[in-house]
Ligand binder design. Sequence first.
Ligand code: GLN
Length: 314
Amino acid sequence: MTSITTIIEDIAEEMRGVSERGAVADYIPPLACVDPAKFGMAVIEADGQVHTVGDANEAFSIQSVSKIFGFTLALDLLGDDLWQRVRQEPSGSAFNSIVQLESELGIPRNPFINAGAIVVSDVLVSHYGVEGAQQKILDLVRPLVSDKSGITIDRNVALQEKETGFRNAALANYMRNFGNIHNLVPDTLDLYFHQCALTMNCQQLAETGTYLMTGGRNPMTGQAVISPRNARTIMALMMMCGHYDGSGAFAIRVGLPGKSGVGGGILAIAPGIASVAVWSPGLNRHGNSLLGTRALERLVQRTGWSVFNAHHPS
Ligand code: GLN
């Protein structure tokens, strides 16, 4: 069988030849000035083998991929009570959409759209405070990563998110009107913007996903990070909602639970098999990495890792 290293080298080579790379997010300069030619990919296999290619060791803004980590902490805190504040259903709408909040009385459709992630941030601020919750997020991801250098919250990105985040402020204020934001809106948004500003490279991002790959454990220490049930819940929601109104197409093309960010990163999990991170800054019209999606599609074609395969490879 072809090794994973060879497969991802082939994929990187193919992606180098693609001229239509999508548009880089341009709402803040730190994202707008990223080179669209960047491409990196990292695969961590269940046995610990690490495979990387291209710009896999260059740090980038993981943006909404970080919604996984906030949600992990909130689910661990509240369990099923969390579903009184946020639903478990795909939205079929853009990541920053406000329309459904009116008919659904301020309860977002899921934790992976902006409105849902802002509610999740509010839960964390209630329990830990703004600074404490930022630390909790770092404390969740850092122990999963072998080389922790460069895993930071980029204060400049967070500040620029805040200065331009009028729509997120609108979402938070609207939900507060329905009683679904319990803290001061600026405090809840402060955590949300700092979470968006998490920065790491592809290898580190793939390592952070290993607690989902294993069904809840840190494979390096054997310690439980979350319960197996919560790991399944997170991955089910990633499959249904992780790419917003592009989630159905992603499920069909890739067939793995995945979460995208407007920085061009995607984290995808093959349960029991691998944790995969890919980074290509150009986005499709849904705000998901164009080449990142294509690269994952190729990887799954070559490995058979789709969770929908009738005979799942071991
Ligand atoms: N910072 C972005 C926002 O809040 C994150 C969105 C994303 O990555 N899809 O709008």
